[in-house]
Design a binder for this molecule. Structure first.
Ligand code: NAG
Ligand code: NAG
Ligand code: NAG
Ligand code: NAG
Length: 790
């Protein structure tokens, strides 16, 4: 704070000669600014243009929100001296809109005014049924909890739309074509649809309106939830076909265009602007986990419109890298943006219209493209004319040639202290059950919450997706990663126990190493369910090429070629996402180990293997494996011609490729796969293993193996330890994990006793390369959830 102050002040001395005299001219007074029950912040040392913002505790709002220091050295609005009989500024208790506009029922208690934490209950007269919430509490952000209570006899075609709190409704008949209209009580602002029409489909057009006071705002959680669920409709390719009631797959192939406009005018302070920028970066990052690869157009606007990312460039033949979009956005300098006195919202919409018009000429599938416009502004369009006609032009453009208006979504985020709520509502899309206007006060919180958007149900179909959830172990020290595909396997064969790791690769199959199963006698597997809730193993399939004793007479007592096995579960596990809520419930504690499957195998009484599979994650989700369409999506490879070779070129592309694997203690380890010129020297170390007497490394490690470890590059790899085998060796691409190998065996044990678990000069670990066992995977993964490519 102090540094900023000094620098800003010096800058003023150099540029504004009138200040050299030292006169406080242009500075606003610090007198009579205080607020009872709250405080204020000022952004620019009381100089001209400084914005003073009042803060109150949750559940209260300041009777004056902010003041601006004018060039004349006066505050606008001017502070008033408090005197007896006229109190100064105070933090007032937040009110919620009047809930008494409730038809065919009663509200208790009936009060003149309802303040934060007041509870109301709703009852319907006989012959009417209650829909919506029976109890509502006035929340600190000026909204009632729950949903609008409605007493309805449901005698008309469309459901009774009710009367939201604070509202008056005109229209009481709800048959096809009937219109209803709403207005808010004086002093409240309507957000949503002012008019709605009953459709043949029994839906109402538009969106249920709500009445906002000028202090009502959307909490960061509300925004993240409403925005992400609406946005995801555009991002997921899996869509429900209403008529047939079944899921159809839409190959949208990246035909999603996202236009983002950020207001940088003076009425938005630097902090808000920077948060908006961060939010946009997060958003772009989040969207990148989805199958859709949107094209972006980003502008920053004030008096002028400054393009940051130009959508036209996508059509120049050179594919824009996503990271470049983020760099371009990051390097935009708020201070360097020139004249920022005005806010030309019309200009920003016009720019978007012009870009879209250009795209329309160059994009054959324009009518089938989804267009999303996201604008961050305070809604104060003080120059450039009325934005509404420009929004009209955009709508017309999208609808030309039988294009559908549903392909256009306009989201308005209100930021800053002077949000013009009505105006935001005019430009935004109104769609049932979706919210497109968001009033943001806590931009900082919002930008952290945007990082969590992906844990929504609609991401269930994404393999390898995981959040960076970390939890402390019992010692409270080590942070560990939760991997939703990680499975612990323990096999009891007669008196022998073995423990391995495995990875869920479809909801019905776990991939692990063959050597976990001492007996390859898979035909005689029988299944005994341990309890009804437990999914049991149906079958264990070991690669037919696996024969540990195949080369005993060649000086290789244990030979691990084709060391892979698939465990088929009797029933598919339920794939689910860790949600923010469930994570909160869990706190930082280690989740309880859940036995999800167990089985006895072996038909002969003397041969009884018991296989238990344990997942330590409360949420299960398969990891991605190479050469499947699902992984193409994770790698953002689109189109028909994508090959397995392309996956390999991307995933195993360098001499040293960073890969990860897990320990049974859920600790993440890192090692580099040695490829190309580095591969042979790595594989050669295999003959250093104890008891191996052959001199030919090729006999020990075939082309099926990937090699990690050693000290010949600048990273000291983590070594695989006992218990790690069968686990996935995986690469991470933007929060998507893609398995490339199955951990098999190592040369030196650097883990036991005093071992560090770090690689040594002779230590090497070998993993079965999934690109080399494709046929085995294709032949056995028959549950139809993966689509293999050649
Ligand atoms: C100012 O008020 C806010 C909200 O009541 C409070 O969180 C903050 O701690 C206060 N700051 C100071 C310096 O008193
Ligand atoms: C509302 O209730 C909550 C929970 O009891 C309390 O923490 C909060 O202070 C109350 N708010 C006001 C403004 O009284
Ligand atoms: C747009 O999609 C529809 C329905 O899938 C299809 O019939 C039409 O050919 C598509 N038009 C273009 C230009 O791709
Ligand atoms: C494994 O290899 C050995 C040595 O070649 C052979 O005798 C044995 O039959 C093989 N086992 C199987 C199951 O193929």
């Amino acid at each position: 704070m102090a540094n900023t102050f000094v620098w800003t002040y010096l800058f003023s001395l150099i540029t504004a000669s009138s200040f050299v005299a030292g006169a406080p001219s242009g500075h606003c007074s610090g007198d009579h600014l205080s607020i009872e029950g709250g405080n204020y912040t000022v952004d620019k040392d009381f100089g001209p243009g400084s914005v003073l913002v009042y803060h109150c505790p949750p559940g209260y709002y300041p009777s004056v929100r902010s003041r601006r220091c004018l060039d004349t050295g006066n505050w606008d609005p001017a502070p008033k001296r408090s005197r007896p009989g006229r109190p100064g500024l105070i933090c007032k208790l937040v009110r919620c809109p009047d809930p008494l506009v409730f038809e065919h029922g009663s509200v208790l208690p009936a009060q003149d005014r309802y303040y934060v934490n007041d509870t109301t209950t709703y009852e319907c007269s006989s012959a009417y049924k209650l829909y919506g919430s029976a109890t509502r509490v006035c929340k600190a952000n000026g909204k009632w909890s729950g949903s609008t209570p409605i007493c309805s006899s449901n005698s008309d075609h469309c459901p009774d739309p009710g009367v939201p709190a604070g509202m008056r409704r005109t229209g009481n008949i709800f048959n096809i074509g009937d219109k209803i209209s709403y207005r808010c009580e004086d002093g409240l602002i309507l957000i949503g649809s002012e008019e709605r029409t009953c459709l043949e489909s029994r839906d109402w057009t538009g969106q249920e309106p709500a009445c906002y006071y000028d202090y009502t705002y959307d909490t960061a959680d509300e925004i993240a939830e409403a925005f992400s669920s609406s946005l995801k409709t555009s991002l997921t390719v899996e869509m429900t076909n209403e008529q047939q009631g079944k899921k159809i797959r839409m190959e949208k192939g990246g035909n999603l265009h996202i236009y983002i406009a950020i207001d940088a005018s003076d009425s938005i302070d630097l902090t808000s602007f920077n948060h908006a920028k961060e939010i946009v970066k997060k958003l772009i990052d989040e969207i990148s986990y989805y199958e859709m690869t949107p094209k972006y157009d980003i502008v920053i606007f004030a008096t002028e419109v400054t393009p940051i990312v130009d959508i036209k460039k996508y059509y120049g033949g050179t594919q824009r890298e996503l990271d470049q979009v983020i760099v371009d956005l990051d390097s935009f300098d708020y201070e360097g943006k020139g004249d920022n006195a005005g806010s030309d919202i019309a200009g920003a919409f016009n720019h978007i219209y012009e870009q879209m018009s250009w795209v329309r000429e160059n994009e054959a599938r324009f009518v089938n493209t989804s267009h999303i416009i996201i604008m961050f502004t305070d809604g104060e369009a003080n120059m450039g004319g009325n934005p509404e006609p420009k929004v009209g032009l955009i709508k017309d453009l999208v609808q030309r040639d039988n294009g559908k208006l549903e392909n256009l979504d306009i989201y308005m985020f209100g930021v800053g202290e002077h949000v013009q709520r009505e105006d935001l509502n005019i430009y935004a899309t109104k769609r049932d059950n979706e919210k497109h206007v968001f009033i943001v006060t806590d931009m900082e919180k919002l930008h952290t919450i945007f990082a969590d958007m992906i844990d929504e149900k609609s991401s269930d179909g994404l393999c390898g997706l995981h959040r960076d959830y970390q939890f402390k172990d019992d010692q409270g020290e080590n942070l560990k990663r939760r991997q939703p595909w990680l499975v612990e396997i323990s096999v009891q064969h007669k008196e022998l126990f073995s423990k391995c790791l495995g990875s869920l690769i479809t909801p019905r199959f776990v991939l692990t190493s063959a050597h976990c199963f001492k007996s390859a006698d898979t035909d005689r597997t029988t299944v005994t369910p341990a309890s009804k809730e437990i999914t049991v193993v149906e079958k264990v399939t070991i690669h037919s090429g696996y024969n540990v004793s195949a080369k005993t007479n060649k000086g290789i007592p244990e030979f691990y070629d084709y060391d892979v096995a698939l465990i088929k579960l009797k029933e598919a596990v339920k794939v689910s996402a860790m949600t923010r809520a469930s994570e909160k419930d869990l706190g930082s504690h280690t989740p309880p180990a859940t036995t999800i499957w167990s089985v006895s195998r072996g038909g002969l009484s003397d041969l009884k293997d018991i296989c238990r599979l344990i997942s330590n994650s409360m949420h299960l989700r398969p990891i991605c494996i190479p050469c499947t369409k699902e992984t193409s999506a994770a790698l953002k490879l689109h189109g028909k011609g994508v090959t397995c070779k392309q996956h390999e070129d991307i995933l195993l592309d360098k001499e040293h490729v960073e890969a990860l694997f897990m320990s049974p203690q859920r600790k993440m380890k890192k090692a580099f796969i040695h490829l190309k010129d580095k591969e042979k020297p790595c594989l050669e170390k295999s003959i250093k293993a104890p008891q191996i007497t052959t001199k030919r490394y090729e006999d020990v490690v075939t082309e099926r193996f990937l090699c990690t470890g050693g000290l010949d590059h600048d990273h000291i790899d983590d070594a695989a330890c006992k218990g790690d085998s069968g686990g996935a060796l995986f690469r991470e691409r933007r929060k998507r994990s893609i398995q490339v190998g199955v951990i098999s065996w190592g040369v030196v044990d650097v883990c036991s006793g005093e071992g560090s678990g770090k690689s040594s000069d002779d230590n090497r670990d070998f993993h079965i390369n999934l690109f080399k066992v494709q046929q085995f995977l294709k032949d056995n993964l028959v549950d139809g959830t993966l689509t293999f490519i050649d």
